[in-house]
Design a binder for this molecule. Structure first.
Ligand code: ADP
Ligand code: MG
Length: 559
Protein backbone atom coordinates (compact mmCIF):
# COMPACT_ATOMS: atom_id res chain seq x y z
CA UNK A 1 0.00 0.00 0.00
CA UNK A 2 1.35 3.42 -0.93
CA UNK A 3 1.39 6.06 1.70
CA UNK A 4 -0.04 9.35 0.40
CA UNK A 5 1.89 12.41 1.46
CA UNK A 6 0.45 15.49 3.04
CA UNK A 7 1.65 18.58 1.26
CA UNK A 8 4.41 20.45 3.05
CA UNK A 9 2.15 23.32 4.08
CA UNK A 10 -0.36 20.86 5.39
CA UNK A 11 2.26 19.29 7.59
CA UNK A 12 3.12 22.61 9.10
CA UNK A 13 -0.48 23.56 9.46
CA UNK A 14 -1.20 20.34 11.29
CA UNK A 15 1.68 20.84 13.70
CA UNK A 16 0.65 24.38 14.29
CA UNK A 17 -2.92 23.46 14.85
CA UNK A 18 -2.24 20.69 17.24
CA UNK A 19 0.02 22.84 19.34
CA UNK A 20 -1.52 26.21 19.26
CA UNK A 21 -5.10 26.57 18.21
CA UNK A 22 -6.72 24.65 21.00
CA UNK A 23 -5.97 25.62 24.54
CA UNK A 24 -7.37 22.50 26.12
CA UNK A 25 -6.88 18.92 25.00
CA UNK A 26 -10.30 17.79 26.12
CA UNK A 27 -12.01 19.72 23.33
CA UNK A 28 -11.07 17.01 20.80
CA UNK A 29 -14.15 15.18 22.03
CA UNK A 30 -16.34 18.20 21.42
CA UNK A 31 -15.02 18.43 17.86
CA UNK A 32 -15.52 14.75 17.06
CA UNK A 33 -19.00 14.73 18.57
CA UNK A 34 -19.89 17.88 16.64
CA UNK A 35 -18.78 16.16 13.44
CA UNK A 36 -20.87 13.11 14.29
CA UNK A 37 -23.87 15.32 14.96
CA UNK A 38 -23.30 17.13 11.66
CA UNK A 39 -23.18 13.76 9.88
CA UNK A 40 -26.55 12.79 11.33
CA UNK A 41 -27.97 16.21 10.50
CA UNK A 42 -26.95 15.65 6.91
CA UNK A 43 -29.07 12.51 6.70
CA UNK A 44 -31.87 14.43 8.32
CA UNK A 45 -31.69 17.21 5.74
CA UNK A 46 -31.34 14.71 2.93
CA UNK A 47 -34.51 13.00 4.12
CA UNK A 48 -36.41 16.28 3.91
CA UNK A 49 -36.08 16.26 0.14
CA UNK A 50 -35.63 12.55 -0.61
CA UNK A 51 -38.85 10.58 -0.30
CA UNK A 52 -37.00 7.27 -0.46
CA UNK A 53 -35.19 8.16 2.74
CA UNK A 54 -37.05 7.96 6.03
CA UNK A 55 -35.56 9.60 9.07
CA UNK A 56 -36.53 7.60 12.10
CA UNK A 57 -35.08 9.48 15.03
CA UNK A 58 -34.55 6.34 17.12
CA UNK A 59 -31.96 5.01 14.70
CA UNK A 60 -29.66 7.98 14.98
CA UNK A 61 -27.21 8.39 17.80
CA UNK A 62 -23.59 8.85 18.72
CA UNK A 63 -21.74 6.30 20.82
CA UNK A 64 -18.57 6.85 22.83
CA UNK A 65 -16.66 3.71 23.81
CA UNK A 66 -13.45 3.69 25.82
CA UNK A 67 -11.36 0.52 25.99
CA UNK A 68 -8.69 0.70 28.66
CA UNK A 69 -6.94 -2.52 27.65
CA UNK A 70 -6.50 -1.53 24.06
CA UNK A 71 -6.06 2.16 24.97
CA UNK A 72 -8.63 3.13 22.37
CA UNK A 73 -11.48 5.56 22.41
CA UNK A 74 -14.08 5.11 19.69
CA UNK A 75 -16.62 7.70 18.63
CA UNK A 76 -19.24 6.14 16.39
CA UNK A 77 -22.13 7.72 14.60
CA UNK A 78 -24.97 6.54 12.42
CA UNK A 79 -24.60 9.59 10.22
CA UNK A 80 -24.14 10.02 6.50
CA UNK A 81 -20.64 8.49 6.34
CA UNK A 82 -17.88 9.26 3.87
CA UNK A 83 -17.03 7.74 0.51
CA UNK A 84 -13.41 7.04 -0.41
CA UNK A 85 -13.27 10.39 -2.21
CA UNK A 86 -14.73 12.18 0.75
CA UNK A 87 -12.25 10.59 3.11
CA UNK A 88 -9.47 11.85 0.85
CA UNK A 89 -10.88 15.28 0.44
CA UNK A 90 -12.26 16.01 3.87
CA UNK A 91 -9.68 14.32 6.01
CA UNK A 92 -6.73 14.50 3.61
CA UNK A 93 -6.89 18.20 2.94
CA UNK A 94 -6.59 20.26 6.02
CA UNK A 95 -8.98 23.17 6.23
CA UNK A 96 -11.35 21.60 3.76
CA UNK A 97 -14.78 21.45 5.25
CA UNK A 98 -17.35 19.15 3.75
CA UNK A 99 -19.83 20.60 6.16
CA UNK A 100 -19.33 24.15 4.95
CA UNK A 101 -19.87 23.01 1.37
CA UNK A 102 -23.01 21.19 2.47
CA UNK A 103 -24.29 24.28 4.20
CA UNK A 104 -23.64 26.44 1.16
CA UNK A 105 -25.39 24.00 -1.17
CA UNK A 106 -28.31 23.76 1.19
CA UNK A 107 -28.60 27.43 2.10
CA UNK A 108 -32.21 27.54 0.97
CA UNK A 109 -33.26 24.76 3.31
CA UNK A 110 -32.50 25.29 6.94
CA UNK A 111 -29.14 23.61 7.20
CA UNK A 112 -28.02 26.04 9.83
CA UNK A 113 -27.86 23.55 12.66
CA UNK A 114 -24.70 22.17 11.17
CA UNK A 115 -21.76 23.20 13.25
CA UNK A 116 -18.67 22.46 11.10
CA UNK A 117 -17.18 25.04 8.79
CA UNK A 118 -13.46 25.37 9.25
CA UNK A 119 -12.26 21.92 8.36
CA UNK A 120 -9.76 21.60 11.18
CA UNK A 121 -11.74 20.24 14.15
CA UNK A 122 -11.07 16.65 13.17
CA UNK A 123 -7.33 17.05 13.53
CA UNK A 124 -7.66 18.01 17.17
CA UNK A 125 -7.85 14.23 17.69
CA UNK A 126 -4.06 14.19 17.29
CA UNK A 127 -3.70 16.16 20.50
CA UNK A 128 -4.60 13.01 22.43
CA UNK A 129 -4.01 10.18 19.95
CA UNK A 130 -0.92 8.67 18.28
CA UNK A 131 -3.00 7.00 15.63
CA UNK A 132 -6.42 7.95 14.31
CA UNK A 133 -8.42 5.40 12.35
CA UNK A 134 -11.62 6.30 10.56
CA UNK A 135 -13.89 3.54 9.32
CA UNK A 136 -16.75 4.87 7.28
CA UNK A 137 -19.54 3.67 5.07
CA UNK A 138 -21.38 6.35 3.14
CA UNK A 139 -25.12 6.49 2.62
CA UNK A 140 -25.91 4.73 -0.65
CA UNK A 141 -22.59 2.91 -0.82
CA UNK A 142 -21.80 -0.82 -0.52
CA UNK A 143 -18.16 -0.53 0.41
CA UNK A 144 -16.66 0.79 3.57
CA UNK A 145 -13.20 2.39 3.77
CA UNK A 146 -10.58 2.71 6.40
CA UNK A 147 -8.54 5.91 6.67
CA UNK A 148 -5.60 5.87 9.03
CA UNK A 149 -2.96 8.36 10.05
CA UNK A 150 -0.31 8.89 12.67
CA UNK A 151 -0.41 12.64 12.23
CA UNK A 152 1.82 14.82 10.15
CA UNK A 153 3.47 12.11 8.04
CA UNK A 154 0.43 11.20 5.99
CA UNK A 155 -2.43 8.74 5.81
CA UNK A 156 -3.52 5.49 4.18
CA UNK A 157 -6.88 4.48 2.75
CA UNK A 158 -8.07 0.93 2.07
CA UNK A 159 -11.40 -0.88 1.72
CA UNK A 160 -12.67 -2.65 4.81
CA UNK A 161 -15.72 -4.26 6.41
CA UNK A 162 -18.46 -2.28 8.10
CA UNK A 163 -22.04 -3.48 8.42
CA UNK A 164 -23.95 -0.24 8.86
CA UNK A 165 -23.94 3.26 7.38
CA UNK A 166 -21.96 5.72 9.47
CA UNK A 167 -18.53 6.40 10.83
CA UNK A 168 -16.32 5.07 13.60
CA UNK A 169 -13.42 7.22 14.69
CA UNK A 170 -10.94 5.17 16.67
CA UNK A 171 -8.29 7.01 18.66
CA UNK A 172 -5.24 5.25 19.97
CA UNK A 173 -4.81 7.29 23.11
CA UNK A 174 -1.28 8.51 23.89
CA UNK A 175 0.65 7.20 26.85
CA UNK A 176 0.87 9.49 29.86
CA UNK A 177 3.82 11.82 29.58
CA UNK A 178 5.26 14.19 32.16
CA UNK A 179 2.44 16.42 33.27
CA UNK A 180 -0.09 15.16 30.74
CA UNK A 181 -2.57 12.53 31.86
CA UNK A 182 -3.98 10.97 28.73
CA UNK A 183 -5.37 8.03 30.71
CA UNK A 184 -8.22 10.28 31.76
CA UNK A 185 -9.62 10.11 28.27
CA UNK A 186 -10.29 6.41 28.83
CA UNK A 187 -12.26 6.93 32.04
CA UNK A 188 -16.03 6.90 31.57
CA UNK A 189 -16.64 9.38 34.39
CA UNK A 190 -14.18 11.85 32.87
CA UNK A 191 -15.61 11.41 29.38
CA UNK A 192 -19.08 11.90 30.76
CA UNK A 193 -18.02 15.15 32.37
CA UNK A 194 -16.47 16.42 29.14
CA UNK A 195 -19.58 15.52 27.16
CA UNK A 196 -21.79 17.24 29.73
CA UNK A 197 -19.61 20.31 29.63
CA UNK A 198 -19.40 20.87 25.89
CA UNK A 199 -21.97 18.74 24.17
CA UNK A 200 -24.90 18.48 26.53
CA UNK A 201 -27.25 20.01 24.03
CA UNK A 202 -26.30 18.10 20.92
CA UNK A 203 -29.65 17.12 19.44
CA UNK A 204 -28.94 13.40 19.16
CA UNK A 205 -28.31 10.98 22.01
CA UNK A 206 -24.68 10.52 22.99
CA UNK A 207 -24.53 7.04 24.48
CA UNK A 208 -21.89 5.47 26.64
CA UNK A 209 -21.68 2.25 28.57
CA UNK A 210 -21.19 3.11 32.22
CA UNK A 211 -20.34 0.63 34.94
CA UNK A 212 -21.68 1.36 38.40
CA UNK A 213 -22.31 -0.67 41.49
CA UNK A 214 -25.60 -1.34 43.25
CA UNK A 215 -26.68 -3.23 46.38
CA UNK A 216 -26.84 -6.91 45.65
CA UNK A 217 -30.34 -8.31 45.79
CA UNK A 218 -31.04 -10.53 48.76
CA UNK A 219 -27.70 -9.81 50.40
CA UNK A 220 -27.05 -7.17 53.02
CA UNK A 221 -24.11 -4.82 52.60
CA UNK A 222 -22.99 -6.44 49.39
CA UNK A 223 -22.62 -4.67 46.11
CA UNK A 224 -22.43 -5.84 42.55
CA UNK A 225 -21.10 -4.18 39.44
CA UNK A 226 -23.40 -3.73 36.50
CA UNK A 227 -23.15 -1.99 33.17
CA UNK A 228 -25.74 -0.03 31.34
CA UNK A 229 -25.79 2.14 28.29
CA UNK A 230 -26.63 5.68 29.33
CA UNK A 231 -27.54 8.68 27.29
CA UNK A 232 -25.15 11.23 28.66
CA UNK A 233 -26.43 14.45 27.12
CA UNK A 234 -29.72 16.10 27.95
CA UNK A 235 -30.34 17.10 24.29
CA UNK A 236 -32.95 19.79 24.71
CA UNK A 237 -31.42 22.88 26.14
CA UNK A 238 -33.55 24.66 28.69
CA UNK A 239 -33.04 27.94 26.85
CA UNK A 240 -34.81 26.61 23.77
CA UNK A 241 -37.85 25.67 25.78
CA UNK A 242 -40.78 27.99 26.21
CA UNK A 243 -40.81 30.10 29.30
CA UNK A 244 -44.27 28.86 30.24
CA UNK A 245 -43.04 25.25 30.25
CA UNK A 246 -40.47 26.12 32.88
CA UNK A 247 -40.74 26.65 36.60
CA UNK A 248 -38.58 28.74 38.90
CA UNK A 249 -37.16 25.45 40.09
CA UNK A 250 -36.04 24.51 36.57
CA UNK A 251 -34.19 27.79 36.30
CA UNK A 252 -32.65 27.42 39.74
CA UNK A 253 -31.55 23.88 38.96
CA UNK A 254 -29.86 25.04 35.82
CA UNK A 255 -28.09 27.71 37.86
CA UNK A 256 -26.79 25.02 40.21
CA UNK A 257 -25.92 22.53 37.47
CA UNK A 258 -23.90 25.15 35.69
CA UNK A 259 -22.16 26.17 38.91
CA UNK A 260 -23.01 29.79 38.35
CA UNK A 261 -23.26 30.08 42.11
CA UNK A 262 -24.32 28.35 45.29
CA UNK A 263 -26.99 30.86 46.24
CA UNK A 264 -30.55 31.09 45.01
CA UNK A 265 -30.66 33.78 42.35
CA UNK A 266 -32.80 36.82 43.04
CA UNK A 267 -34.08 36.82 39.50
CA UNK A 268 -33.74 35.00 36.21
CA UNK A 269 -34.18 36.52 32.79
CA UNK A 270 -34.98 34.26 29.86
CA UNK A 271 -34.55 35.96 26.50
CA UNK A 272 -35.63 34.45 23.22
CA UNK A 273 -34.69 37.02 20.62
CA UNK A 274 -35.91 36.60 17.08
CA UNK A 275 -35.10 40.02 15.70
CA UNK A 276 -32.06 41.29 13.86
CA UNK A 277 -29.91 38.79 15.74
CA UNK A 278 -31.35 35.46 16.75
CA UNK A 279 -30.28 34.23 20.13
CA UNK A 280 -31.47 32.67 23.35
CA UNK A 281 -30.17 33.63 26.73
CA UNK A 282 -30.74 32.79 30.35
CA UNK A 283 -29.37 35.34 32.75
CA UNK A 284 -29.34 35.40 36.53
CA UNK A 285 -28.98 38.08 39.14
CA UNK A 286 -27.31 36.30 42.04
CA UNK A 287 -28.36 36.86 45.61
CA UNK A 288 -24.97 36.99 47.26
CA UNK A 289 -21.83 38.85 46.40
CA UNK A 290 -19.21 36.32 45.27
CA UNK A 291 -16.34 36.31 47.75
CA UNK A 292 -13.92 37.71 45.20
CA UNK A 293 -16.39 40.09 43.57
CA UNK A 294 -14.76 43.37 44.49
CA UNK A 295 -11.25 42.11 43.74
CA UNK A 296 -9.12 41.89 40.62
CA UNK A 297 -9.53 38.11 40.62
CA UNK A 298 -13.21 38.25 39.76
CA UNK A 299 -13.83 37.44 36.10
CA UNK A 300 -17.05 38.65 34.54
CA UNK A 301 -18.66 37.01 31.55
CA UNK A 302 -21.42 34.82 30.18
CA UNK A 303 -21.13 31.35 28.72
CA UNK A 304 -21.32 31.52 24.98
CA UNK A 305 -22.77 28.74 22.86
CA UNK A 306 -22.96 28.54 19.13
CA UNK A 307 -25.86 26.35 18.20
CA UNK A 308 -25.83 24.39 21.42
CA UNK A 309 -22.08 23.87 21.50
CA UNK A 310 -20.10 25.63 24.20
CA UNK A 311 -17.59 28.04 22.70
CA UNK A 312 -16.45 30.09 25.64
CA UNK A 313 -16.80 29.81 29.39
CA UNK A 314 -16.68 33.48 30.16
CA UNK A 315 -17.32 35.81 27.29
CA UNK A 316 -16.51 39.15 28.89
CA UNK A 317 -17.66 41.21 25.91
CA UNK A 318 -21.26 40.30 26.60
CA UNK A 319 -21.47 42.29 29.85
CA UNK A 320 -20.61 45.86 30.77
CA UNK A 321 -18.50 46.14 33.93
CA UNK A 322 -21.33 47.63 35.92
CA UNK A 323 -23.42 44.52 35.32
CA UNK A 324 -20.49 42.17 35.90
CA UNK A 325 -22.46 40.34 38.60
CA UNK A 326 -24.84 38.83 36.05
CA UNK A 327 -24.37 35.09 35.43
CA UNK A 328 -25.72 32.95 32.66
CA UNK A 329 -25.42 31.97 29.03
CA UNK A 330 -26.10 33.04 25.49
CA UNK A 331 -26.69 30.73 22.54
CA UNK A 332 -26.71 32.09 19.03
CA UNK A 333 -26.71 30.66 15.56
CA UNK A 334 -25.50 33.87 14.07
CA UNK A 335 -21.97 34.04 15.36
CA UNK A 336 -19.04 33.86 13.02
CA UNK A 337 -16.40 31.97 14.84
CA UNK A 338 -12.80 31.54 14.04
CA UNK A 339 -11.21 28.16 13.76
CA UNK A 340 -10.43 27.59 17.36
CA UNK A 341 -14.02 28.39 18.30
CA UNK A 342 -12.57 29.98 21.34
CA UNK A 343 -12.22 33.38 19.81
CA UNK A 344 -14.85 35.23 17.94
CA UNK A 345 -13.87 36.18 14.46
CA UNK A 346 -15.90 39.29 14.19
CA UNK A 347 -17.99 40.78 16.83
CA UNK A 348 -20.72 42.75 15.15
CA UNK A 349 -23.40 40.28 16.15
CA UNK A 350 -21.82 39.92 19.54
CA UNK A 351 -21.98 43.68 20.06
CA UNK A 352 -25.62 43.69 19.11
CA UNK A 353 -26.38 40.89 21.51
CA UNK A 354 -24.41 42.63 24.27
CA UNK A 355 -26.32 45.88 23.71
CA UNK A 356 -29.62 44.11 23.82
CA UNK A 357 -28.71 42.18 26.96
CA UNK A 358 -27.58 45.35 28.70
CA UNK A 359 -30.90 47.07 28.06
CA UNK A 360 -32.79 44.05 29.18
CA UNK A 361 -30.90 43.75 32.47
CA UNK A 362 -31.52 47.42 33.09
CA UNK A 363 -35.25 47.19 32.50
CA UNK A 364 -35.54 44.03 34.59
CA UNK A 365 -33.78 45.76 37.47
CA UNK A 366 -36.04 48.76 37.08
CA UNK A 367 -39.14 46.65 37.32
CA UNK A 368 -37.72 44.78 40.28
CA UNK A 369 -37.22 48.12 41.98
CA UNK A 370 -40.78 49.06 41.20
CA UNK A 371 -42.51 45.77 41.97
CA UNK A 372 -40.47 44.10 44.66
CA UNK A 373 -38.70 46.66 46.74
CA UNK A 374 -37.51 44.18 49.34
CA UNK A 375 -35.78 41.99 46.75
CA UNK A 376 -34.32 44.99 45.03
CA UNK A 377 -32.80 46.26 48.24
CA UNK A 378 -31.32 42.82 48.81
CA UNK A 379 -29.82 42.98 45.35
CA UNK A 380 -28.58 46.48 45.96
CA UNK A 381 -26.88 45.47 49.17
CA UNK A 382 -24.87 42.90 47.20
CA UNK A 383 -24.12 44.81 44.02
CA UNK A 384 -25.16 48.45 44.41
CA UNK A 385 -21.58 49.51 44.95
CA UNK A 386 -20.74 48.18 41.49
CA UNK A 387 -23.52 50.27 39.93
CA UNK A 388 -22.10 53.36 41.62
CA UNK A 389 -18.65 52.55 40.29
CA UNK A 390 -20.35 52.23 36.92
CA UNK A 391 -21.67 55.77 37.10
CA UNK A 392 -18.27 57.04 38.08
CA UNK A 393 -16.25 55.17 35.44
CA UNK A 394 -16.04 56.10 31.75
CA UNK A 395 -16.50 59.75 32.65
CA UNK A 396 -20.12 59.30 33.45
CA UNK A 397 -20.97 57.74 30.08
CA UNK A 398 -23.30 55.26 31.76
CA UNK A 399 -25.20 57.67 33.92
CA UNK A 400 -28.41 57.49 31.93
CA UNK A 401 -28.44 53.73 32.22
CA UNK A 402 -27.66 53.65 35.88
CA UNK A 403 -28.96 56.73 37.69
CA UNK A 404 -32.43 55.31 38.20
CA UNK A 405 -31.06 52.11 39.67
CA UNK A 406 -29.21 53.81 42.50
CA UNK A 407 -30.34 53.86 46.11
CA UNK A 408 -28.97 55.96 48.94
CA UNK A 409 -29.48 56.10 52.66
CA UNK A 410 -31.51 59.08 53.64
CA UNK A 411 -32.48 61.20 56.61
CA UNK A 412 -36.15 60.28 55.99
CA UNK A 413 -37.14 57.32 58.13
CA UNK A 414 -33.63 55.95 57.74
CA UNK A 415 -34.70 54.16 54.57
CA UNK A 416 -33.05 53.68 51.20
CA UNK A 417 -34.30 56.10 48.63
CA UNK A 418 -33.96 56.39 44.88
CA UNK A 419 -33.21 59.74 43.27
CA UNK A 420 -36.63 59.73 41.64
CA UNK A 421 -38.30 59.28 45.02
CA UNK A 422 -36.21 62.04 46.51
CA UNK A 423 -37.05 64.54 43.82
CA UNK A 424 -40.68 63.50 43.82
CA UNK A 425 -41.15 64.48 47.47
CA UNK A 426 -39.04 67.62 47.48
CA UNK A 427 -41.13 70.35 49.13
CA UNK A 428 -41.69 73.62 47.34
CA UNK A 429 -38.81 76.00 47.72
CA UNK A 430 -36.14 73.28 47.88
CA UNK A 431 -33.64 73.99 45.13
CA UNK A 432 -31.06 71.26 45.55
CA UNK A 433 -30.67 67.60 46.30
CA UNK A 434 -28.77 67.68 49.60
CA UNK A 435 -26.25 65.16 50.73
CA UNK A 436 -23.87 64.70 53.62
CA UNK A 437 -20.80 62.47 53.58
CA UNK A 438 -19.14 60.67 56.43
CA UNK A 439 -17.65 57.45 57.63
CA UNK A 440 -20.95 56.02 58.82
CA UNK A 441 -24.58 56.97 59.04
CA UNK A 442 -24.20 57.53 62.79
CA UNK A 443 -21.40 59.99 62.27
CA UNK A 444 -23.18 61.77 59.45
CA UNK A 445 -26.22 62.25 61.66
CA UNK A 446 -24.03 64.07 64.14
CA UNK A 447 -22.67 66.50 61.57
CA UNK A 448 -23.49 70.07 62.62
CA UNK A 449 -23.98 71.03 58.97
CA UNK A 450 -27.08 68.89 58.59
CA UNK A 451 -29.11 70.86 61.10
CA UNK A 452 -30.06 73.85 59.04
CA UNK A 453 -31.18 71.71 56.10
CA UNK A 454 -33.16 69.29 58.26
CA UNK A 455 -34.77 72.19 60.13
CA UNK A 456 -36.12 73.45 56.84
CA UNK A 457 -37.78 70.05 56.43
CA UNK A 458 -35.48 69.06 53.59
CA UNK A 459 -34.30 65.50 53.12
CA UNK A 460 -30.59 64.66 53.08
CA UNK A 461 -28.93 61.73 51.33
CA UNK A 462 -26.39 60.09 53.60
CA UNK A 463 -23.22 59.06 51.81
CA UNK A 464 -21.43 56.55 53.97
CA UNK A 465 -19.91 54.67 51.04
CA UNK A 466 -16.81 56.35 49.66
CA UNK A 467 -17.96 55.85 46.07
CA UNK A 468 -21.26 57.69 46.67
CA UNK A 469 -19.95 61.18 46.36
CA UNK A 470 -17.81 60.37 43.34
CA UNK A 471 -20.79 58.91 41.57
CA UNK A 472 -22.89 61.96 42.33
CA UNK A 473 -20.15 64.27 41.06
CA UNK A 474 -20.40 62.46 37.74
CA UNK A 475 -24.16 62.77 37.60
CA UNK A 476 -23.92 66.49 38.47
CA UNK A 477 -27.68 66.73 38.58
CA UNK A 478 -30.79 64.62 38.50
CA UNK A 479 -33.93 65.83 36.74
CA UNK A 480 -32.30 69.25 36.59
CA UNK A 481 -31.82 69.36 40.34
CA UNK A 482 -28.24 69.91 41.32
CA UNK A 483 -26.59 67.97 44.08
CA UNK A 484 -25.36 70.04 46.95
CA UNK A 485 -23.30 69.03 49.95
CA UNK A 486 -24.67 70.27 53.26
CA UNK A 487 -21.21 71.59 54.01
CA UNK A 488 -21.04 73.68 50.88
CA UNK A 489 -20.91 77.47 51.17
CA UNK A 490 -24.17 78.08 49.38
CA UNK A 491 -27.09 75.91 50.36
CA UNK A 492 -29.67 77.93 48.48
CA UNK A 493 -31.63 78.47 51.65
CA UNK A 494 -33.05 82.00 52.07
CA UNK A 495 -32.38 82.44 55.79
CA UNK A 496 -28.79 81.81 55.01
CA UNK A 497 -28.30 85.11 53.26
CA UNK A 498 -30.21 87.23 55.74
CA UNK A 499 -28.50 85.59 58.63
CA UNK A 500 -25.03 86.09 57.31
CA UNK A 501 -22.98 87.44 60.20
CA UNK A 502 -22.72 91.18 60.07
CA UNK A 503 -19.39 92.86 59.57
CA UNK A 504 -19.57 94.03 63.14
CA UNK A 505 -19.93 90.47 64.39
CA UNK A 506 -17.04 89.36 62.21
CA UNK A 507 -14.64 92.05 63.36
CA UNK A 508 -15.64 91.78 66.99
CA UNK A 509 -14.28 88.26 67.04
CA UNK A 510 -11.43 88.80 64.64
CA UNK A 511 -8.72 88.35 67.22
CA UNK A 512 -10.26 85.19 68.59
CA UNK A 513 -10.49 83.68 65.10
CA UNK A 514 -6.88 84.59 64.34
CA UNK A 515 -5.76 82.92 67.48
CA UNK A 516 -7.78 79.79 66.83
CA UNK A 517 -6.29 79.54 63.39
CA UNK A 518 -2.82 79.86 64.75
CA UNK A 519 -3.44 77.23 67.40
CA UNK A 520 -4.62 74.81 64.71
CA UNK A 521 -1.25 75.29 63.08
CA UNK A 522 -2.23 75.53 59.41
CA UNK A 523 -4.72 72.66 59.56
CA UNK A 524 -7.52 74.99 58.54
CA UNK A 525 -7.49 77.70 55.96
CA UNK A 526 -9.70 80.09 57.84
CA UNK A 527 -11.90 80.51 60.87
CA UNK A 528 -15.09 82.48 60.32
CA UNK A 529 -18.38 83.22 62.03
CA UNK A 530 -21.46 81.33 60.84
CA UNK A 531 -25.16 81.45 61.58
CA UNK A 532 -25.81 78.01 60.22
CA UNK A 533 -25.01 76.25 63.42
CA UNK A 534 -27.84 75.56 65.78
CA UNK A 535 -26.76 73.33 68.65
CA UNK A 536 -23.10 72.86 67.72
CA UNK A 537 -20.45 75.45 68.51
CA UNK A 538 -18.30 74.76 65.46
CA UNK A 539 -18.06 72.75 62.24
CA UNK A 540 -15.58 71.97 59.46
CA UNK A 541 -16.44 73.09 56.01
CA UNK A 542 -14.71 73.22 52.66
CA UNK A 543 -14.44 75.73 49.86
CA UNK A 544 -14.81 74.90 46.20
CA UNK A 545 -15.62 71.58 44.52
CA UNK A 546 -14.30 69.03 46.96
CA UNK A 547 -15.94 68.27 50.24
CA UNK A 548 -13.93 67.43 53.31
CA UNK A 549 -14.81 63.75 52.83
CA UNK A 550 -13.66 63.63 49.21
CA UNK A 551 -10.43 65.35 50.10
CA UNK A 552 -9.85 62.66 52.70
CA UNK A 553 -10.41 59.87 50.17
CA UNK A 554 -8.26 61.48 47.52
CA UNK A 555 -5.47 61.92 50.01
CA UNK A 556 -5.76 58.27 51.04
CA UNK A 557 -5.53 57.07 47.44
CA UNK A 558 -2.25 55.49 46.40
CA UNK A 559 -0.05 57.26 43.86
P1 ADP B 1 -15.50 20.96 9.96
O1 ADP B 1 -16.33 20.13 10.89
O2 ADP B 1 -15.27 22.34 10.45
O3 ADP B 1 -16.01 20.93 8.56
P2 ADP B 1 -13.55 18.98 10.54
O4 ADP B 1 -12.06 18.96 10.42
O5 ADP B 1 -14.09 18.76 11.88
O6 ADP B 1 -14.06 20.31 9.92
O7 ADP B 1 -14.11 17.88 9.56
C1 ADP B 1 -13.75 17.93 8.19
C2 ADP B 1 -14.82 17.29 7.33
O8 ADP B 1 -14.75 15.88 7.46
C3 ADP B 1 -16.24 17.64 7.72
O9 ADP B 1 -16.64 18.85 7.12
C4 ADP B 1 -17.03 16.46 7.17
O10 ADP B 1 -17.29 16.64 5.77
C5 ADP B 1 -16.04 15.32 7.31
N1 ADP B 1 -16.32 14.54 8.52
C6 ADP B 1 -15.64 14.58 9.69
N2 ADP B 1 -16.16 13.71 10.58
C7 ADP B 1 -17.19 13.10 9.98
C8 ADP B 1 -18.15 12.09 10.37
N3 ADP B 1 -18.14 11.56 11.60
N4 ADP B 1 -19.06 11.69 9.46
C9 ADP B 1 -19.09 12.23 8.22
N5 ADP B 1 -18.23 13.19 7.81
C10 ADP B 1 -17.29 13.62 8.65
MG1 MG C 1 -15.90 19.65 12.76
Amino acid sequence: MVKQQFKAESKRLLEMMIHSIYTQKEIFLRELISNASDAIDKIYYRALTDDALVFDKDNYYIQVTPDKDKRTLTISDTGIGMTREELEEHLGIIAKSGSLAFKNENEAKDGHNIIGQFGVGFYSAFMVADVVTVISKALGSDTAYKWESEGADGYTIEPCEKATIGTDIILKIKENADEERYDDFLEPYRLKAIIKKYSDFIRYPIKMEVTSSRPKEGADNEFEEYSEVQTVNSMIPIWRKNRNELTDEDYNNFYMEKHYGFDTPIKHIHIRADGAVVYNAILYIPENTPFDYYTKEYEKGLELYSNGVLIMNKCADLLPDYFSFVKGMVDSEDLSLNISREMLQQDRQLKQIAGHIKNRIKSELQSLLKDDREKYEKFFKSFGRQLKFGVYSDYGANKDTLQDLLLFSSSKEKKLVSLAEYVERMPEGQKYIYYASGESIERIEKLPQTELVLDKGFEILYFADDVDEFAIKMLMNYKEKEFRSVSSGDLGIEEEASEKPSEAEESANKELFEQMKELLGGKVKNVIASKRLKTHPVCLSSEGELTVEMEKILRAMPG
